[in-house]
Design a protein around this ligand. Structure first.
Ligand SMILES: [Zn+2]
Length: 255
């Protein structure tokens, strides 16, 4: 199995799945491997993000993956899947432990979260609506934009999004995603420069306004309340991730 990154909605079941599939090998990014072998830090981090109740409900107890069954994939690592060539491509930005998997035969990428999130409910005549998940704790807009350039250099025909489905003609979609990454980073800086010590609340409100406005600008006609409820969890996670990013920038500036 090849988790694109170790956020729990992608990799939380790794240990259990490996236990159920005793012949399987797990292939993962070098920065992700230690956390699947010893999930203690993932458990603490994700409990902070989701809260203890939701963590217990959605993820239960994380099962460690035996170290001897983990193969660390550096950028460009080639995998022969019963004759089918796959390539692991390092794509930091959404997370620093993120890789995408290139399937040469279909000219498609398994993109995890690097090519954004897209709900079919928000499709319009203009195509799929894509936005950037700025999830905690390692959002890096500059690295992410470079990772998108790296993916597009392969000339992909399709992107297989974890959330959700296959999207075609990525060259027509990638600018929307670039816009979303830049807009969310700019918005966080604006909120940071604003007045008041309730930054996290102002950030959540601003992220909500931004994502809903982007969906409306894309032509979504579901109505703002319905769009907002579809995006509720993403608004919360994006706001938390931007808050962490602002704190990291401040620490770096101070040191
Ligand atoms: Zn993720």
């Amino acid at each position: 199995m090849i988790p694109t990154h170790v956020h729990l909605d992608h990799a939380g079941g790794s240990g259990e799945l490996m236990r159920q599939c005793p012949e399987a090998q797990l292939i993962v990014h070098p920065k992700g491997a230690p956390h699947l072998i010893d999930p203690a830090r993932l458990t603490v981090g994700a409990t902070e993000v989701y809260g203890p109740e939701a963590f217990a409900r959605d993820f239960g107890t994380l099962v460690p993956v035996p170290a001897e069954r983990v193969l660390v994939a550096e950028d460009g690592h080639r995998i022969d899947l019963a004759g089918r060539a796959l390539t692991f491509v390092d794509t930091p930005g959404h997370a620093n432990h993120h890789g995408c998997i290139w399937d040469e035969r279909s000219r498609g990428f398994f993109t995890g979260d690097t090519f954004g999130i897209s709900y079919r409910e928000l499709d319009t005549a203009a195509g799929p609506f894509l936005f950037a998940p700025t999830t905690p704790v390692a959002f890096d807009p500059d690295a992410w934009l470079q990772s998108l350039d790296k993916l597009m250099a392969f000339g992909p025909r399709s992107m297989y999004l974890t959330h959700y489905c296959r999207v075609e003609a990525p060259e027509r979609l990638v600018d929307d995603l670039r816009h979303s990454i830049r807009a969310l980073a700019d918005l966080a800086l604006e909120v940071d420069a604003g007045q008041g010590n309730d930054r996290a609340d102002r950030l959540r409100a601003a992220v909500g306004r931004q994502l809903v406005a982007d969906a409306v600008a894309h032509g979504c006609s579901l109505g703002e309340a319905r769009i907002r409820s579809l995006l509720e969890v993403d608004i919360e996670l994006n706001a938390q991730g931007l808050e962490v990013w602002l704190k990291r920038r401040a620490r770096r500036a101070a040191s």
